[in-house]
Structure formats: C-alpha cells, structure tokens
Design a protein around this ligand. Structure first.
Ligand code: IPE
Ligand code: IPE
Ligand code: MG
Length: 243
C-alpha cells in the first residue's frame, strides 16, 4: 500500500488541448480532435507495453455539450468512426473497451458503436480501456445514489462505490492532465480521492510515449501515504497493520 509500484496499475487521463493544437496550426478544432485519436492509439499501445492494466480517458464531458454545435457533432461523429476503425486493432492488442458515461444522451449510432466495441472486446485481458464519454463525476455520484435509493438500499461508501460507473476497476493511481490547466473539470471526483496528480503543458496531440514515460517516472518518486505519516509508510514498522 505504501511505496507505489513503479508502474501504476490504473492511469486516468484528461486529454486536453486538442483545440489549441489545431488553432495554432490554423486548422479547425475538429482537426485537433482527430489528431487526438492518434495520440490515444499510441498511448493505449504504450500502456499495454509497459504493464499498465487500466487506462481511463476523458473524451467528452457532461459540460462539453455547451460547445458550438458543429464541434459537438464533429466529436460524436469522430467517436463513431474511430470505434469502427480502431476496434480490430484494439482487439488484436488484447484491449477490453468499457464505455463510462450517460448513454441516454447519445444518438443510436454512437450507442450501437459503443455496445459493439464492448461486446467484441469483452474477453480481452491485457488492458482495460475505459472511455469516459458524456461523463461527469457529479453525474456518476448522483446516478449511483439514485440507483441505490430506487432499490431501497442504504447509502454507504461501499454501496456507492459498487453502484458507480467505474466499479469494475480499482481507483486510479495516477491522474494525468495535458494542456496546462490545473483543474479536474468534473473528472473522477469520487475515484480520484487518493490519486497522484500530474499536470503537463504538452497538448494532448503531442503526448507521446516519452511523455507518458515521464509521467510514470514522476509517479514512481511519489510517496503515497493515504492519511498516514511518512514514518508509518517508510519506517521500521512498515508493512505492519496500523491500528
Ligand atoms: C480536449 O481538448 C478534448 C475535449 C474536451 C473533447 P479541447 O477541445 O478542450 O482543447 P482546448 O482545451 O480547447 O485546447
Ligand atoms: C475536460 O476538458 C474534458 C475533456 C478532456 C473531455 P475541457 O477542455 O472541457 O475542460 P475545461 O472546460 O477547460 O475545464
Ligand atoms: Mg480544453
């Protein structure tokens, strides 16, 4: 529990900066999102290669509906196209895809694409890829509480945890945000309680294998204390159960 494994089991990423990447090149914003899919493909591959077991990415937030309609429809189209194009390769790499978010707000085409990607990759075990789309941390907490209430179940940390959209994986060890902003923007509000945070100015389309290695190297230097003291974590009593 104390000293982190050198390689985080679960990495979560706020893939930010696509729009700025495109604008700096006098391209439409959606060109940045397309380039972002390339960065994600490389990131998934590298995570699998270095032994990360779960990768959770923020692709579209509950608040991103407030963007110009052409950008929103471009992102919806891109998700459907990217899923159809990438699934065979992900399948051969042993990647299991999970959709995380509110499906009810999505078109039938997008919903079908997600369901197909999940079904085709369901038996894969090398890397879990959680795609957070139409996702918000507040939505997740509220939907979990509403489901428990509807079943007449008591609301406890454990029951909420089990009703949340990421109940199938342990909490993220490392949360990365590209694009230079130092905020969470409604990502993993519950599950990120004890995640190590890593911010980089690199824009998401520029985030390559070396950038991921740098984030993992930074993580490996952290001391995760989970509320204990440093002495408890690293001292002579290390490893003993603390009352
Ligand atoms: C992140 O890139 C992708 C989505 C939010 C869909 P942005 O589109 O937010 O890029 P910037 O922050 O405007 O550069
Ligand atoms: C967060 O990025 C959401 C995703 C990366 C999908 P935003 O660009 O939407 O975040 P804000 O608006 O700058 O906080
Ligand atoms: Mg942004």
């Amino acid at each position: 529990m104390s000293a982190p494994r050198a390689i985080p089991h679960h990495i979560a990423i706020v893939m930010d900066g696509n729009g700025r990447w495109a604008t700096r090149r006098y391209l439409p914003r959606v060109a940045g999102h397309k380039k972002g899919v390339d960065a994600l493909r490389n990131c998934v591959r590298h995570c699998g290669d270095v032994g990360v077991k779960v990768l959770t990415v923020f692709a579209f937030s509950s608040e991103n509906w407030n963007r110009p309609p052409e950008e929103v429809s471009g992102l919806m189209e891109l998700l459907a196209v990217a899923l159809a194009r990438e699934v065979p390769q992900l399948q051969s790499e042993g990647v299991r895809i999970h959709f995380v978010g509110d499906r009810s707000g999505l078109s039938e085409k997008v919903r079908n694409g997600l369901a197909h990607a999940e079904a085709v990759t369901a038996a894969n075990q090398r890397l879990v890829l959680n795609i957070c789309f139409n996702y918000g941390g507040r939505w997740d907490i509220a939907q979990a509480a509403a489901r428990l209430a509807a079943r007449g179940e008591a609301i406890t940390e454990l029951s909420l945890n089990r009703a949340m959209a990421l109940a199938h994986v342990p909490d993220p060890d490392l949360v990365i945000r590209t694009g230079g902003e130092m905020r969470i923007s409604n990502f993993l509000l519950w599950q990120g309680a004890y995640s190590e945070l890593y911010f980089t100015d690199k824009l998401w389309p520029e985030f390559d294998a070396a950038a991921l290695d740098a984030a993992i190297a930074d993580y490996a230097k952290r001391e995760r204390r989970f509320g204990r003291t440093s002495e408890q974590v690293t001292g002579p009593g290390h490893g003993r159960k603390v009352a």
